[in-house]
Design a protein around this ligand. Sequence first.
Ligand code: 3HC
Length: 295
Amino acid sequence: MSITDVDRVTVLGAGNMGHGIAELAALAGYEVRMRDINEEFVQNGYDRVEWSLEKLAEKGRIDEADADAALDRLTPLVDLEAAVEGTDVVIEAVPERMEIKKDVYSELERHAPDDAIFASNTSSLSITALSELTDRPERFCGMHFFNPPVRMQLVEVIAGAHTEPDVLELIEDLAEEFGKTPVRVRKDVPGFIVNRILVPLLNEAAWIVNEGDASIETVDSTAKFDVGLPMGAFELADQIGIDVGYHVLEYLQEELGDAYRPCPLIVEKVEADELGRKSDVGFYDYEDGGATIPS
Ligand code: 3HC
């Protein structure tokens, strides 16, 4: 299969990343089916795509007609069989738990066309291990987007131990069709490139606050105004989801050692289900529409 054969794209998961990936695919002209496990999740994802397209049009980043056409190309679905019927590429963006991914892939391989390519948006899990959950490890690779996908330029394309080179080429071409810059990660290493650098940075920021050396506001303003990052560490953790960062750290600790142990401040937030923007409170409180430190 080459990129010109790709017409239909299925995105599994309509959450923080899935809805943004589906939006990108629809904007690039593909017929997209976005699937989640219940009506509420899938509708929420669809509403977020609609909001985002309106925002992009309002800011002049896309034409209104293109926003409307993209929405018309996007079908939200709960039925997995219907979501993958006749599809060419499946991009999986379900929660970062091996047991959830295992269930999804076992259902997926029963219904997906034999020649469909599977790409996982996993933040850090082993692409080789994920590929071995499927009947097509050679047509499986990582396609890792960054949050928010419509605004972030980079896509990591990760080879598993069994991935065929033409599959990597096709997924890189697809990333380019989405208007992104693919970077190939040749080895399936924990955290790939970006999360291996970025998530420990967020963890270090949390340790600084945990040890009482500085406040969240001071760390974030230092990151932005002195280090020149586009967002503070805590703002970014809230944006990507504190649980997502936590799962990456858990995996890095398991694979690479205790230098990656999640800071207790992060663990507390996950246990309290205060996960960032998606739950209206994380390190900051977003309930009143702004971003304040919870009292
Ligand atoms: N769709 C459309 N518009 C969006 C949007 C989306 N999904 N998300 C945010 N916006 C809008 C905002 O609502 C805001 O609009 P407003 O001004 O009307 O309130 C506007 O975009 C802000 O954009 P600007 O260009 O004006 O502002 P910035 O220059 O600050 O750019 C940014 C925003 C591109 C998000 C920038 O802050 C940035 O690059 N942040 C860093 C993000 C990052 O590092 N992401 C990677 C995280 S790691 C990851 O995702 C991996 C995972 O595996 C953990």
